[in-house]
Design a protein. Structure first.
Length: 524
C-alpha cells in the first residue's frame, strides 16, 4: 500500500479475464509488482481513481465509466520493468510503482527471455536499446549516443542536479580576490611594497612621512593600496556553470530530436506508440530547461564571468559535498555509454519479439563462426543493420540483420532486390564461393502456437517468391520459432527440402542446431 495511506487507498490490479477476486495489491517502489503479462488486459483500481491520473511510462491510462472507475492497461510487445506514476490532476506525484511484465505465455518462459536478453546485451547493448515502456538496468562508460538513452539519463539524474543547485544557492563557494585602488590617506588601513614604491615617487608624501609636515595639497593625495574582497566568480562556480550549460543544451536538443522521431513514427501493431507518451516527456524537458535558465540567472551562477572546467575548479568541487553532489548528478545526466556491469540506471528496451530476433542474430553468428572457423570473421555494418562477415580464399559468408530489398532491379551483380514491394527480412545468410552465389532467408517469430506459426508462414511465402539476388531466388525461407510442436510438419527437414519453406525451433540451449538447409548452403 502507499506510504501513509490506509489499505483501502492502495492500488489493486487484476486480469480482466480472471476478475477482481484474483487481484493483488501493488506496492510502491522500490518494490517490484509481478503478475502482469504481455497482451493481457488488466484493471487497476484505486479508491480515488475518479480524482487521480495513472501514467504508465508517461502514457495516461483510460478510466472505465464503472462505479468506482478503474484504469485499463494492456501491455504490448515488451517484457521487463515498467514505471507507473499515480498523480494529482495538476501533475503532483502521489506515488510511483514498478510493474513487472512477463513474456506472453505463448512464448518462451520468463527466465529464458531474461537469459536471451543477457546474451544479446553481452554481444552489443545497442541491440537491446529501444523505445518500449519496459526497462532494464544499464552499465558504464563508452561512446554510445542515443536520444532515448539520453532522455532516460536526464529523467533519472536531472532532478537530483536541480535539488543540489538549489541547496548551493544558500551556501555558495566564494574566493578571495586581491584588487588595487587609489585611497585617500585617512582611509588607508594596509600598505604593501608596491604602495611604498608609489609613495616614494610623491615628494609631498615623502616629506609628510619623514618630517611630519604637510602642504595644502596633501589632503588631496592618494595611495595605491591593495584591497581583498570576496567573489562568487571562482573556479568551482565556473565549472558548475559549464555543467549546467551542458545539461541545458542536452534538454533543448532532445526536444528537437525526439520531436522529429515522433513526427516520423508510423502506426504499428507491434510497437508502443511514442506519440501518446511524448507530451509528458516534452513537458519534462521544457520544464527542465526553464528551471536551469532560472538558476543561471540567480546567485552564484549569475556572478560567473565565464563557464570553464579547470583542474582547480574540480579540486574545489570534490572538497565540497554540495558541489560534489551537483557535479556527480550532472555528469551522470550527460554521460554516454551502455557497456559494463549493471548500475542504478535503467534503459528502455526493444519489444520482446525484437529481442528474440536480435538473439537469433547473435546465436546464428556464433554458430556460423564455429561452423566456418577457417574464415576470418569481423563485425561490420551500422547500428540499424549490423552484419558478421567471414572471408577466406575464394569464399565469403555473411549474416545480415534486416537487409533491405528495394523494389527496383539493380544493374550490379549480387545485389539484393524484390520483384514486388520493398522487403526487409529479419535475417539473411549470403554465401559466395567462387563464381557461385546463394542466399537463405530466416524470419524470427517469437510466438509458437499452431495458429501463430501458420499465420506467420505468410511472410516465408512472400520472401521465397519475391526476394532476389541478381536473378537467383532464396535457397529457402524459414521461420525461427522459440519452441517446436505448433505445426510439426513444417519442422521436418524433408518438407523444407521439398518446399523450400518451413519452421525451425531455435531456442535457448547450450548447443544450437543450425537448420539443415542453412548448413547445406554454407558448408556446400
Amino acid at each position: 500500500m502507499m506510504r501513509g495511506q490506509s489499505p483501502e487507498h492502495c492500488l489493486r490490479a487484476w486480469a480482466l479475464d480472471s476478475g477482481p477476486s484474483a487481484g493483488w495489491e501493488l506496492l510502491p517502489a522500490p518494490a517490484t509488482n509481478a503478475g502482469f503479462r504481455e497482451h493481457t488486459a488488466f484493471a487497476i483500481a484505486h479508491a480515488q481513481a475518479d480524482r487521480l491520473i495513472l501514467l504508465v511510462d508517461d502514457e495516461p491510462l483510460d478510466r472505465t465509466p464503472d462505479s468506482p472507475p478503474t484504469w485499463i492497461w494492456r501491455p504490448g510487445f515488451y517484457a521487463g520493468e515498467v514505471t507507473a506514476q499515480l498523480c494529482q490532476p495538476d501533475g503532483t506525484l502521489v506515488e510511483h510503482y514498478l510493474l513487472d511484465v512477463s513474456p506472453d505465455p505463448a512464448k518462451s518462459g520468463r527466465e529464458v527471455f531474461r537469459e536471451m536478453l543477457e546474451e544479446v546485451w553481452e554481444e552489443d547493448p545497442l541491440l537491446v536499446a529501444g523505445t518500449e515502456p519496459a526497462t532494464r538496468r544499464i552499465g558504464s562508460l563508452d561512446d554510445t549516443q542515443d536520444p532515448f538513452i539520453e532522455l532516460a539519463r536526464l529523467r533519472r539524474h536531472a532532478p537530483d542536479l536541480l535539488r543540489a543547485l538549489r541547496a548551493i544557492r544558500a551556501r555558495p563557494r566564494q574566493s578571495l580576490v586581491r584588487r588595487r585602488e587609489s585611497a585617500p590617506l585617512h582611509r588607508v588601513r594596509f600598505v604593501d611594497r608596491r604602495t611604498a614604491l608609489a609613495a616614494a615617487r610623491n615628494p609631498e608624501l615623502v616629506e609628510f612621512l619623514t618630517k611630519g609636515t604637510s602642504s595644502v595639497t596633501l589632503g588631496r593625495a592618494t595611495l595605491d593600496v591593495p584591497r581583498v574582497e570576496e567573489t562568487l566568480d571562482c573556479a568551482a562556480n565556473r565549472c558548475l556553470a559549464a555543467l549546467v550549460n551542458g545539461v541545458a543544451r542536452r534538454a533543448g536538443s532532445l526536444v528537437t530530436r525526439l520531436q522529429a522521431i515522433v513526427d516520423a513514427e508510423r502506426t504499428s501493431d507491434t510497437r508502443s506508440s511514442l506519440a501518446v507518451r511524448w507530451p509528458i516527456r516534452r513537458a519534462f524537458l521544457e520544464r527542465l530547461a526553464e528551471d536551469l535558465a532560472r538558476l543561471k540567472s540567480q546567485t552564484p551562477l549569475a556572478e560567473v564571468s565565464r563557464p570553464e572546467i579547470s583542474a582547480s575548479g574540480l579540486n574545489a568541487i570534490s572538497s565540497d559535498p554540495l558541489y560534489a553532489r551537483a557535479w556527480g548528478s550532472g555528469w551522470k545526466a550527460l554521460r554516454t555509454g551502455l557497456a559494463g556491469d549493471p548500475s542504478e540506471e535503467r534503459l528502455w528496451i526493444s519489444p520482446s519479439w525484437e529481442i528474440y530476433e536480435r538473439w537469433c542474430f547473435v546465436r546464428l553468428s556464433k554458430a556460423l563462426r564455429e561452423l566456418k572457423a577457417e574464415l576470418a570473421w569481423e563485425r561490420t555494418g551500422e547500428r540499424s543493420a549490423p552484419a558478421w562477415v567471414g572471408r577466406g580464399v575464394d569464399e565469403q559468408v555473411e549474416l545480415l540483420l534486416q537487409p533491405t530489398f528495394n523494389s527496383q532491379r539493380p544493374s550490379a551483380k549480387g545485389v539484393f532486390w524484390s520483384v514486388s514491394g520493398r522487403r526487409i527480412p529479419d535475417l539473411v545468410v549470403r554465401v559466395r564461393r567462387g563464381k557461385r552465389e546463394s542466399f537463405l532467408v530466416l524470419d524470427a517469430k517469437y510466438r509458437c502456437t499452431r495458429s501463430a506459426v501458420l499465420d506467420a508462414m505468410t511472410s516465408a511465402h512472400v520472401y521465397q517468391d519475391s526476394l532476389r539476388m541478381a536473378n537467383r531466388r532464396p535457397e529457402a525461407s524459414l521461420l525461427l520459432i522459440p519452441a517446436g510442436g505448433g505445426a510439426p510438419w513444417l519442422e521436418e527437414p524433408a518438407f523444407q527440402e521439398n518446399h523450400r519453406v518451413g519452421a525451425v525451433p531455435f531456442h535457448l540451449d547450450r548447443q544450437v542446431t543450425l537448420p539443415a538447409l542453412l548448413t547445406k548452403c554454407v558448408g556446400g
